[in-house]
Design a protein around this ligand. Structure first.
Ligand code: FAD
Ligand code: NAP
Ligand code: SF4
Length: 677
């Protein structure tokens, strides 16, 4: 028996799951990355998964693969023998990377969320977020679906998977049988819960038979679906017991249907907020349980296991952010982990926009075959100006490749605008990215010069200069813009100027919304306190009413300020926020009483307040403070000066382009440049 790991004795202990033993408790959870449908996608997936397998993860669940066309409509599926060979690329690569790592195929029948007009469901009930009205399945149609699940499992076995995970949650086919509002049937598949759960149980029975007794069978259950009139606790337990009786080895808990109005993985969700539900179910079912959601660092995983909230910890997005997360934890190098900040910007937002998934903090994710940071044959002396995300990402990547990098930063610390972002309640995770960069600077020997504003003269003598000087806030030319009641967003966020009781926020982009969050917020940040989070989103973890939310009113704490967020465009405010997170920001602000006004012409600011035309009508906002969040302009001067002197220079991040600038683009651009410099 090997000695227990000194820091993470539970995370790094093996687990007997009946059919096999897992080498540790770290699971890479399922994520549909888009590689499933990409050209040469399976070869790319093989590289993607093998890199995680090589670096310590105990088990991997693939992205969801439909068992037939109508179960997805996206292209990928596993229903024909000729589709087995491409899956073999994945299983062979993972097992070659480490024969002890298990990989299971997730069978995902998306039901009413399939991207095809041929989508099916127990009843013709359209999902709020689905594209099509589903066809209600006939009894024969149900039998076809069941056969297709079993067939997919048999093919998965043939393809070399160690098992399968059936997803029975999130608003996909199986879960729509379970819930009353989506199952209006009156035959043996509808009505009382014993009928509504029949499909789930039958899927498990058929899949177990097709898979054989020696393979892993995981079922992902809706442990708290966050739906008004969703599943009751008793129904969850009844279903759990029934599927275990049919041969499920491991139950994985899932929280929330995609259409539910509760955030479960966004950055404002506290770490491990939902694992308590797994802990309760674990006591009832007596099989190994997987828990998940916002577990992004090894100590969080260890604490979850120590509380008895699960036997296996699923980390999905954290494995995008850092393929070596598990290895670094094992080796005591936690401070080198590139932590998932739960922004969803390059992962889930991409999925829902039909784009290939990657990661804001790690642009190599899902690009393992084409973006690699290989040692350089030609080490250069490189100056990087600006230690924001772009300059930092460039510096550590170039230094890791063997270049001699000097990084100049005008401020007293690194981080650039991330030092503002991390002050916003709900964005505390941005601290982790700064911590990661700080550690990597030391590790790769970047020569960091803080409090050093440089100009072109100071940069002679370097082989190359990378300009990452970021942005300057835009100051609109409005009469009264220099009035004492006008405050720039940087001063507002850093608390350098007082903010009054009545506030107008000029500009409703990402920063305008963040500033509205900051000035309307009261009490403790929900991201740091599970009880506050539960109150804000109307979740009753303790009593678990139907769905965890039925009859529970959200209760928000506010700063007591009267806040108006405004923009010139007349469309709805916040339209350009992240696809999967924008609604949470809009809803939170609405609940706090923040007013949102579009179609505004700013006329002047004076002692009375902000004078405007709203949709052509004069309107005075009698406010004490006007916070300007009117976008930015690029700081290109240094780059232009260097060019004028004929020096070799490149420009990245906000300095390259401020319009629609975001950190995803800044880091991606910087890493891609550092890979070839
Ligand atoms: P910056 O972060 O602006 O860094 C530039 C650095 O260069 C600064 O540290 C500056 O001091 C230094 N510098 C400038 N000139 C010189 C010089 N001559 N010599 C030495 N040093 C110099 N983006 C997202 O994608 N998601 C978010 O959720 C998000 N939230 C945000 C919230 C807030 C409140 C703010 C303000 C921004 C947010 N952003 C977000 C935007 C994100 O922070 C920027 O996209 C990112 O910081 C741009 O990185 P950068 O390195 O190009 O520039
Ligand atoms: P932004 O998204 O470009 O928004 C700027 C706002 O200012 C808009 O509402 C714009 O709308 C208004 N504006 C532009 N020019 C103006 C002018 N001359 N006078 C008055 N108003 C003007 O920029 P940002 O909010 O400053 O954010 C910068 C970048 O950081 C964003 O692009 C975003 O990607 C990133 N960020 C992201 C997040 C996130 O959660 N993902 C959060 C914060 C920041 P009108 O022109 O209609 O008035
Ligand atoms: Fe995490 Fe954001 Fe990367 Fe997605 S894009 S994996 S949420 S850091």
């Amino acid at each position: 028996m090997p000695a227990a790991h000194p820091r993470y004795p539970r995370l790094f202990s093996p687990l007997d799951i009946g059919v096999t033993t897992l080498k540790n408790r770290a699971l890479m959870g399922s994520m549909h990355t888009g590689l499933e449908e990409a050209e040469n996608g399976f070869a790319k997936q093989a590289a993607f998964f093998a890199e995680r397998a090589k670096n310590g993860v105990g088990m991997i669940i693939t992205g969801g693969i439909p068992p037939n066309f109508e179960g997805g409509g996206r292209g990928s599926k596993l229903s024909e023998p000729h589709e087995v060979a491409e899956h073999r690329l994945v299983t062979d690569a993972v097992h070659a990377a480490d024969p002890d790592v298990k990989i299971c195929l997730q069978i995902l029948h998306t039901g009413p969320l399939a991207r095809t007009s041929e989508c099916v469901a127990p009843s013709a009930v359209k999902s709020r977020i689905g594209s099509y009205m589903p066809h209600a399945l006939t009894a024969e149609g149900i039998e076809t679906q069941l056969r297709d699940f079993a067939n997919c499992a048999a093919l998965a076995r043939e393809a070399g998977y160690d098992g399968v995970e059936i997803i029975g949650s999130a608003g996909y086919l199986i879960s729509t049988f379970l819930v009353q509002k989506t199952n209006l049937r009156t035959d043996e598949w509808g009505g009382p819960f014993e009928n509504r759960m029949r499909f789930a149980v039958e899927v498990v029975r058929r899949v177990r038979k097709a898979l054989g007794p020696d393979r892993i069978l995981v079922f992902r259950i809706s442990a708290m679906d966050m739906l008004q009139d969703g599943l009751s606790w008793e129904e969850v337990v009844t279903l759990g017991k029934a599927i275990v009786a049919e041969g499920v080895n491991v139950v994985s808990t899932h929280f929330c249907w995609h259409e539910a109005l509760v955030p479960t993985i966004a950055t404002m969700v506290p770490r491990a907020a939902f694992t308590q539900v797994t802990g309760r179910l674990r006591k009832e079912l007596g099989v190994p349980m997987i828990t998940s959601n916002r577990i992004n660092m090894p100590h969080v995983a260890e604490e979850v296991l120590a509380r008895g909230d699960g036997d296996i910890v699923s980390m999905a997005r954290p494995m995008l952010a850092d393929s070596e997360l598990v290895k670094k934890a094992y080796e005591g190098r936690e401070d080198e982990i590139n932590t998932c900040i739960a922004c969803n910007q390059a992962c889930l937002d991409h999925t829902f926009n039909g784009k290939l998934v990657s990661c804001l903090v790690n642009p190599r994710a899902c690009h393992e075959t084409e973006l690699n940071y290989l040692p350089t044959n030609l080490p250069k002396k490189i100056a990087v100006v600006g230690a924001g995300p772009a300059g930092l990402a460039f510096s550590i990547t170039a230094a890791e490749r063997g270049h001699k990098v000097t990084l100049f930063e005008a401020n007293a610390d690194i981080g650039g605008q991330f030092n503002l972002a991390r002050k916003i309640p709900g964005k505390e995770e941005f601290d982790e990215t700064i911590r990661y960069f700080r550690r990597k600077i030391t590790l790769h020997g970047v020569d960091l010069r803080l409090n050093t504003r440089v100009d072109a003269d100071a940069l002679a003598g370097f082989d190359e200069v990378i300009v990452a000087t970021g942005i300057e806030p835009r100051t609109p030319a409005i009469p009264g813009i220099d009035h004492p009641k006008v405050v720039g967003y940087m001063d507002a966020i850093l608390g350098r100027k007082p903010i009054g009781k009545r506030v107008a926020i000029m500009g409703a982009g990402g920063i305008g919304f963040d500033v509205a969050e900051l000035v309307s917020h009261g009490g403790v940040s929900a991201a740091l306190d599970i009880d506050v989070f539960a109150r804000e989103w109307g979740i009753d973890f303790k009593n678990h009413p139907r769905g965890g939310v039925t009859g529970v009113e959200p209760k928000v704490e506010t700063s007591g300020r009267d806040v108006t967020l405004m923009q010139r465009k007349s469309d709805a405010l916040g339209r350009n926020l992240g696809r999967t997170t924008g609604w949470t920001h809009r809803l939170t602000l609405q609940r706090r009483g923040v007013k949102m006004v579009g179609g505004v012409d700013y006329l002047k600011i004076d002692d009375q307040g902000l004078h405007t035309l709203v949709n052509g009508e004069p309107r005075l906002f009698e406010v004490d403070t006007v916070i300007v969040c009117a976008g930015q302009t690029s700081m290109r001067k240094l780059y232009d000066d260097l060019q004028a002197r004929g020096m070799k220079a490149s420009i990245v991040g906000g300095a390259y382009e401020a319009a629609e600038l975001d950190a995803k683009r800044a880091i991606d651009q910087a890493c891609r440049l550092a890979a070839v410099v």
